[in-house]
Design a protein around this ligand. Sequence first.
Ligand SMILES: Cc1ncc(COP(=O)(O)O)c(C=O)c1O
Length: 411
Amino acid sequence: MTSFDFAPLLAPGLPPPAAKWTGFAKYNFTGGHNDADHVPVDLLLKAATDVLAREGRNLATYGLASGPLGYRPLRDFLAQKLKRTAGISCDADEILITSGSLQAIDLVNGILLDRGDTVIIEQATYQGALTRLARLGVAAVGVPLDAEGMRIDALAAALDDLKRRGVRPKYIYTIPTVQNPTGTIMSEARRHELLRLAAAHGVPIFEDDCYADLIWDGRRPPALYAMSKHGGVIHIGSFSKSIAPALRVGYIVAEWDVLGRMLALKNDAGSGALEQMVLGEFCTPHFDAHVPRLTRGLRAKLETLMDALNEQFGTAAEFNDPKGGIFLWVKLPDAVDTQKLFQPALAAGVAINPGAEWSTDPGHGKSRTRLCFANPSHETIRAGVATLAEVCRREFGVPDRIANVAQRARA
Ligand SMILES: Cc1ncc(COP(=O)(O)O)c(C=O)c1O
């Protein structure tokens, strides 16, 4: 039987087809996966049983009798948690539950962006944000980061430059609290400066707080959303990093004038109900105790990764100790092109994220790589880094063989 040819019927402008999934690499440092040992399976199981026994009949209605914004007890939990941790005063009706925060990004983009628009974004940033902008035909102006996040002098220069050219950017996208991929946290003082500058230029801020729960010492500055005196901030967050990414639950916090516009675009008749119910039931009694257990485990894995890199790469691998999160942003010597390292590393069983895909400026990302340490075990991290060093040495001549000796001498 010849198969039907859909090709001539496909809508114009589709992205290239997805590759078929062939399983995870043996040493997988890609993606934003979580630590399997810290998924609170037993408590989620109990939450699922309890909430279904009590409220399962509500599954008969679209929106679980909570309306289109999402399961009310989950939004109530978020409202009190955001107040306590991020200083955000909002009520449950200013929160829209989404199918992962990726849907939140799509909804924000959906109400604000048009082909030919410009946005400002951190120079090293979340690939999922960059690919969406590229697909929408939106120009992304990158602003370099330092140890405190987006550099305000560079942001001011970018805003001035755009103004001179008559361009009003649609938003400033930032991941201020445990930045992806650099792991920095923007200080409170810098947040004030950012808000002042954005307001002066009439540009809203799109605050992505995806990793804000995963801070080693648990201390964070208030959210930009909380600090803004005159609105102009849309805040999104996720349960992917604090609980589990496969649940696909994220959220948007915004004032109703914009939230209502996003809700009108969210045409899926509500995000998955079971995961919202289970999270709602789990989070109120257990979220606060769960998070520090998770971050302790993540910190231990980060230590293993940094040790392994020091041992295997010596001074050839440069990185800052991130303040939290699940990623290490590693600079290799200029001779290394991580996009060219990707295939031979994968052939040896090691999957890495090449830095160019996490940057508005491919030159900046060329010899950098983002390594996710949350999912692999300590042993896998060590073995994976050793294998990566072998492949890198074979392909690019670095690190040299005495890397570990050089490192000990340095210490
Ligand atoms: C900065 C940032 N925002 C949003 C997301 C999307 O996450 P999710 O859709 O799982 O909530 C990610 C995922 O890694 C991310 O790193």
